[in-house]
Design a protein. Structure first.
Length: 179
């Protein structure tokens, strides 16, 4: 049943990119998905880092009540789709749970692939995501070497421009994925 399609977003500290991605997914998806986020080296218990929280709040996304989580193999195993912020995060995930290889993608890569997959406009978010995951081999063949720039740069500790860039990339990617 679609209501249990689980999406996990992953970055390093789980205080900037993955919470923003999760918040965009929650805001733009229907109720057919459940979304969580975690970090490969999480600042466990920390809130969203203030510069990212300000951007999220400004976009009307929910920030309150967030606490960073450390990524575990169990979280990966119980996810239907894992969206990482970089290819390195993807390798980290697949290195711990090799069975997740066909359902783990760098966010920007998945967005590029989703844009070339034809999905019924009436599909639920879960149906759309499932269809895109299933269609990845064909989409990769269609795009060939055109899949580039798959990493969302880490803005942590940098200036406002770095946060704006990461936030904009994340928003565009999620909008592209959800059609």
């Amino acid at each position: 049943m679609d209501q249990h399609y689980r999406v996990l977003t992953v970055c390093t500290g789980n205080v900037c990119r993955s919470p923003a991605t999760a918040a965009w997914l929650v805001a733009l998806a229907d109720r057919s998905v459940a979304v969580a986020s975690a970090g490969t080296a999480a600042v466990v218990g920390a809130p969203v880092y203030l510069p990212m929280a300000a951007l999220m709040t400004g976009a009307g996304l929910r920030v309150t009540g967030f606490a960073a989580h450390q990524l575990t193999p169990r979280m990966i195993e119980h996810s239907d789709l894992v969206l990482t912020m970089t290819a390195q995060h993807r390798a980290w995930v697949v290195g711990r749970v090799p069975a997740a290889v066909r359902r783990t993608f760098a966010l920007l890569e998945f967005a590029q692939l989703a844009r070339v997959v034809d999905v019924d406009a009436q599909a639920t978010t879960a149906e759309r995501l499932r269809h895109v995951v299933d269609a990845v081999p064909a989409a990769r063949a269609q795009l060939g070497s055109a899949v580039t720039d798959t990493d969302v740069p880490d803005p942590y500790g940098l200036g406002a421009d770095a946060y704006d860039l990461a936030f904009g990339l994340i928003e565009d990617a999620v909008r592209g994925i959800l059609g």
